[in-house]
Design a protein around this ligand. Sequence first.
Ligand code: NDP
Length: 281
Amino acid sequence: MAKIIDGKALAMRIRETVKKRVAEAKAMGIVPGLAVVLVGDDPASRVYVNTKKKTCHELGIYSEEHTYDNSVTQKELLEKIAQLNADPKISGILVQLPLPKHLNADQIIEAIDPRKDVDGFHPVNVGKLVLGLPGFLPCTPAGVMELIHETGTTIAGKECVVVGRSNIVGKPQAMLLLREHGTVTVCHSRTQNLAEVVRRADILVVAVGKPGMITGDMIKPGAVVIDVGINRLPDGRLVGDVDFDSAVKVASAITPVPGGVGPMTIAMLMHNTLEAARNLV
Ligand code: NDP
């Protein structure tokens, strides 16, 4: 039976450290501040934004929310971003994705000052990640790296398989694993013989958005399995992309859903917001 990696507990430890460092920064007159921009009424996005604001409050980070209905224009949002870029109270700007189809999300993200891009999605920060230069790391993949480290597994030389190649999870995840000298394979919807490729993984990260698509028989015995997927079933249950019950019998360590990657994403966002405030001084 695999060890269950407790993302909630690790996230709490990171949050405690951030909280302490926020207090120290404040004593030096540096107050971290996060601005969250939310468009539309997607219930999942609403929940994420509320959790981010609540966590800021708990850690002593100033936060503000800018909410728009679906009729907001590209121009209005770009003006808001420009305002937030210039606002000394704000050290981190986060635009909650996905944005409605009529908006150009790439252009909005590019408008964020890269020094305030705490999500790590701006092309400047993506480029820095690829080049191995210091910059903001996207929160979810950075959280996954912490979870892998928590297991005590060495990444160098290991077969690492990432399923999913989105700009916010799969691609940066692959770069982070490569940076730590993993031998990295990235799978996507056109991958042939997915099970065969996945079975090679000593370290498997799955970020697809399909409930239970990776089953125990696809996992190499002893692999470390990180499940990024968050899927709500018709009965209301939240499940990952990995079929937990079969995978837990084969893996050496596995993250649960909920309680695995999710809490880590928020902890890393808080870390990035504090770093942004310190860097802006
Ligand atoms: P996207 O929809 O942007 O990307 C999904 C990826 O999965 C794509 O690259 C797609 O391939 C690939 N894919 C789809 N079907 C298959 C298949 N049958 N076999 C192999 N690959 C496939 O999703 P995200 O990366 O944004 O999110 C993935 C999951 O992670 C979601 O459940 C999301 O809710 C969750 N998530 C969780 C977070 C957390 O904090 N825990 C944060 C962010 C996301 P292709 O590129 O070819 O289309």
